[in-house]
Design a binder for this molecule. Structure first.
Ligand code: THU
Length: 134
């Protein structure tokens, strides 16, 4: 396997401090690298009307799209206190799928560093994506 992108992991951990998570107290920071090499970060943004809150992955993907990026080359997710893996939720696996493929690395970190490494294919096998509509 390729060496993990430590810079991306550190950017995700740094982003955690900006999370807006007054209800769950579960901060999540995401950093992703696009096809130009640019890094985009995002955090979870909760809401008093709970279902309206959004995940950190959605924030980082929105930042990438706004900057013109269209491909996730690698993504790091840092969340919680490190006692358990903060793997992307089901909806976020599909969000990543839109701009990634089965080989896209998903690096999972806690506040103290990298804990595990997966590919999107590991976490969302036999997925449905843009190619299905062409
Ligand atoms: N959360 C994320 O930001 N990404 C995930 O993939 C898992 C969950 C957030 C949503 C909510 O603000 C908090 O973590 C607890 O579920």
């Amino acid at each position: 396997m390729e060496q993990p992108d430590n810079e991306l992991v550190e950017a995700a951990i740094t982003a955690m401090a900006k999370a807006y998570a007054p209800y769950s107290h579960f901060p999540v920071g995401v950093a992703l690298r696009d096809e130009t090499g640019a890094t985009h970060v995002g955090v979870n943004v909760e809401n008093a009307a709970y279902p309206v809150g959004n995940c950190a992955e959605a924030s980082a993907i929105a930042a990438m799209v706004m900057a013109g990026g269209r491909k996730i080359v690698s993504i790091a997710v840092a969340g919680g206190d490190g006692s358990m893996l903060c793997t992307p939720c089901g909806a976020c696996r599909q969000r990543i799928r839109e701009f990634g493929d089965q080989n896209t690395p998903i690096l999972v970190a806690g506040p103290d560093g990298l804990k595990a490494s997966f590919t999107l294919g590991d976490l969302l096998p036999e997925s449905f994506g843009p190619e299905n509509l062409t």
